[in-house]
Design a protein around this ligand. Structure first.
Ligand SMILES: [Zn+2]
Length: 109
């Protein structure tokens, strides 16, 4: 923490090598969590469901934790763009396969 380097934007870097438009971005400007490796990560637990709890849908099996959380990237435009990756806990029923994802809070604090 505390060792974030801030580089000034170098506009020329985008314009050199006029022939080749390299650094072509896949997708259409849609950034996933992997595009923000340095982003702050916030783990969001499911507010009502817990591992080992009975599945509220089928009521017949217990929930277990999925390894991959649902990710939500939130960018806050304060002095510089700052991204926060919210890792939303995902619980899955061992029987019916229902997945319960912790909600990403709708408004930023
Ligand atoms: Zn179930």
């Amino acid at each position: 923490m505390g060792s974030v380097r801030i580089k000034p934007l170098n506009v020329n870097a985008f314009q050199k090598a006029s022939g080749q438009p390299k650094a072509k971005r896949k997708g259409h400007g849609r950034n996933g969590a992997q595009d923000y490796p340095a982003a702050k990560r916030v783990k969001v637990a499911h507010p009502t469901l817990k591992v080992g709890q009975l599945c509220p849908k089928c009521l017949r099996a217990k929930l277990y934790l999925l390894k991959t959380p649902a990710r939500l990237v939130r960018i806050v435009a304060q002095p510089l763009f700052q991204a926060t990756v919210h890792e939303l806990e995902r619980l899955r029923c061992a029987l019916c396969g229902s997945v319960f994802t912790a909600p990403g809070s709708a408004t930023s604090t």
